[in-house]
Write a protein of this length. Structure first.
Length: 194
């Protein structure tokens, strides 16, 4: 990181430089911030809300990309470690199908020769089948034929980018009174019923 000389700064006395679009480059990441805000529909109130955004773009290799994608899906669907490991195998098979120009709507997963589709993985067949069951249960895969599965096209990436969006909301204060709105509280308590 460049050392900043506090005596030789570029000043901006009339205009806040943060009000313009800005990009910060750090390692393999690009952090974009701007005053333009995204509009989203609040599903609880069905009203449109304006939400400020910070967009981080990170460049990575294919293996790391698959891992990041699998971690995001694991978080969203609360997958177990076994489900996560099988998801990575599914993603790797989807990528190899993509490079071989095969149909990417379904996938063949056969356990033979000590691995999936003949490729060794650090697991036994029982672990693989438990993870496969979990992916089916969570709606990530659906059975097509024996050893063939439809992949959920909403969850699986088709290109070379993926965005996971996580919204944070401040919870209402826990000091809020538990008194129903049609009642009231007095400052005096009745001690005569002891």
């Amino acid at each position: 990181m460049d050392k900043i000389n506090l005596r030789k700064q570029k000043f901006s006395p009339c205009e806040n430089p943060f009000l313009k679009k800005s990009e910060i480059f750090a390692d393999n990441k690009i952090v974009k911030t701007s005053i333009t805000q995204q509009k989203f529909i609040n599903t609880d109130t069905n009203r449109t809300e304006v939400i400020p955004t910070i967009h981080v773009t990170e460049k990575t290799n294919e293996k790391k990309f698959i891992e990041i994608f699998a971690n995001g899906i694991q978080t969203v669907f609360n997958l177990s470690r076994t489900g996560h490991r099988v998801l990575i195998i599914v993603l790797e098979e989807c990528q190899s199908n993509k490079t071989e120009n095969k149909n990417n709507n379904s996938i063949t997963l056969i356990w033979f020769d000590g691995g999936v589709n003949g490729k060794k993985h650090d697991m036994v067949d029982r672990t693989f089948h438990n993870g496969l069951r979990e992916l089916i249960q969570k709606g990530i895969l659906k059975p097509k034929l024996p050893n063939q599965y439809w992949i959920n096209p909403i969850l699986f990436f088709k290109g070379n980018k993926i965005t996971f969006m996580k919204e944070y909301q401040i919870e209402p204060s826990s000091t809020k009174s538990d008194i129903p709105s049609n009642e009231y509280q007095t400052d005096l308590e009745d001690f005569t019923k002891i």
